[in-house]
Design a protein around this ligand. Structure first.
Ligand SMILES: *[C@@H]1O[C@H](CO)[C@@H](O)[C@H](O)[C@H]1NC(C)=O
Ligand SMILES: *[C@@H]1O[C@H](CO)[C@@H](O)[C@H](O)[C@H]1NC(C)=O
Ligand SMILES: *[C@@H]1O[C@H](CO)[C@@H](O)[C@H](O)[C@H]1NC(C)=O
Ligand SMILES: *[C@@H]1O[C@H](CO)[C@@H](O)[C@H](O)[C@H]1NC(C)=O
Length: 268
C-alpha cells in the first residue's frame, strides 16, 4: 500500500514536471475576433491537433464522410477545419479554421468553424459552418468523431453539428494537491516504508524481540534521551539540576520495610 502510494506520487511528480505543452498547433486557428479567453479555451485542444478524425452519416441514398481537424488542414485541404466527402469523392468545405470561435465551460469546449462553402439551394445561400462539441471523457484521449445533425432546413443560421469525447477538455482536479501536500505524502510514504521494512529486517534477519524490533532502536532511543536532556537543560530552572545530595539520598532509599508491611496482612 505504502509502496504503491509512493510510486503514484512519483509518477504524479514526473507528470507535473513534464506537463508543459511542447507543441503549439492551435495558433494556426485564426479567431474571428482575437480574444485572450478564447485563445485559452482553444489551447486546451492542443492534444487533438495533427490528426484527421472521420465520421460517417447515412440518410437514405445519401452517404457522407466528414473529416475534422483541430487547427489543421482536414483531409489535406488548405484552411479546412471540416470537410464533407460524398460517396463520389467530391469534397465540400464545411468550415474554415481561419474563421474560428471557441467557447468553453467546465468539461466541454464548443469549436465553431465559419466561412465554409456557400449552400446552393438552402439557407439563403449563406456560408456553411461547423460546430464541434467536445466533451470531457477521462477514459479516452480522442473518442469517436460523430455527426449529430445537419441543420439546413432553416432559413438562416444553418450549421453542421458534430460531437467528440476527449480527456483534453476535462477540468483539472489534480491541481487541488499542492506541492506541499505531495511532499508530505512522499515523506509519510518513505517513513512508512522505513518503519515496516526496518521492523521486518530487525525481526526476521536480526531476530530482535519487543521494542528492539524498531529499526535503529539504539539510535532513536539515544536521540530521545538527548532530546530529553536538551529539554531538561533548556526548560528546567538552573537550581533544580544542582539538587542537594541529601535530597537525592532520601529519594533513593526504600520507603518502607517489607517485613513491617507483611505483619499487617497476617490474620490475627
Ligand atoms: C472575450 O470573450 C469573452 C466571452 O466571449 C468576453 O466575456 C470577453 O469580454 C472578451 N474579451 C475581450 C478582451 O474582448
Ligand atoms: C489528413 O488526411 C490527409 C488526406 O488523407 C493527409 O494528406 C494528411 O497527411 C492527414 N493529416 C494527418 C495529420 O494525418
Ligand atoms: C478562410 O478564411 C480566410 C479569412 O477570412 C480567407 O482569407 C481564406 O480565403 C478562407 N479559405 C478558404 C479555403 O475559403
Ligand atoms: C467514455 O468513453 C468510453 C470509451 O470510449 C465509453 O465507453 C464511455 O461510455 C464514455 N463515457 C461517457 C460518459 O460518455
Amino acid at each position: 500500500m505504502a509502496i504503491l502510494l509512493t510510486w503514484r506520487a512519483l509518477i504524479f511528480l514526473i507528470l507535473l514536471a513534464g506537463g508543459g505543452q511542447a507543441s503549439d498547433n492551435t495558433v494556426m486557428c485564426k479567431l474571428v475576433k482575437e480574444n485572450q479567453s478564447e485563445r485559452k479555451v482553444l489551447s486546451l485542444l492542443e492534444p487533438l491537433t495533427n490528426q484527421n478524425f472521420t465520421g460517417v452519416t447515412t440518410s437514405g441514398e445519401e452517404y457522407y464522410t466528414y473529416v475534422f481537424q483541430v487547427c489543421g488542414d482536414a483531409d489535406g485541404i488548405k484552411e479546412a477545419g471540416v470537410v464533407q466527402k460524398s460517396k463520389t469523392g467530391k469534397q465540400v468545405l464545411v468550415g474554415n479554421y481561419s474563421l474560428t470561435q471557441a467557447i468553453g465551460g467546465s468539461g466541454w469546449v464548443m469549436l465553431i468553424y465559419n466561412g465554409g462553402e456557400k449552400y446552393d439551394g438552402h439557407c439563403s445561400g449563406e456560408h456553411r459552418s461547423a460546430i464541434v462539441m467536445i466533451s470531457c471523457n477521462r477514459t479516452t484521449a480522442a473518442g469517436e468523431f460523430s455527426v449529430v445533425l445537419e441543420n439546413r432546413d432553416r432559413g438562416l443560421d444553418c450549421f453542421y453539428l458534430f460531437k467528440m469525447d476527449s480527456s483534453a477538455v476535462c477540468p483539472v482536479i489534480s491541481s487541488k494537491l499542492s506541492t506541499g501536500s505531495i511532499l508530505l505524502i512522499v515523506g509519510f510514504s518513505c517513513l512508512a516504508v522505513y518503519l515496516i521494512g526496518g521492523f521486518l529486517y530487525q525481526r526476521v534477519v536480526v531476530g530482535a524481540k519487543g521494542v528492539e524490533q524498531f529499526p535503529n532502536y539504539a539510535f532513536w532511543s539515544e536521540i530521545g534521551n538527548l532530546t530529553a536532556d536538551g529539554c531538561d537543560f533548556v526548560c528546567r530552572s538552573r537550581g533544580s539540576r544542582d539538587e542537594p545530595p541529601t535530597y537525592r539520598g532520601i529519594a533513593t532509599e526504600p520507603l518502607e520495610e517489607p517485613e513491617e508491611r507483611d505483619d499487617h496482612l497476617l490474620p490475627m
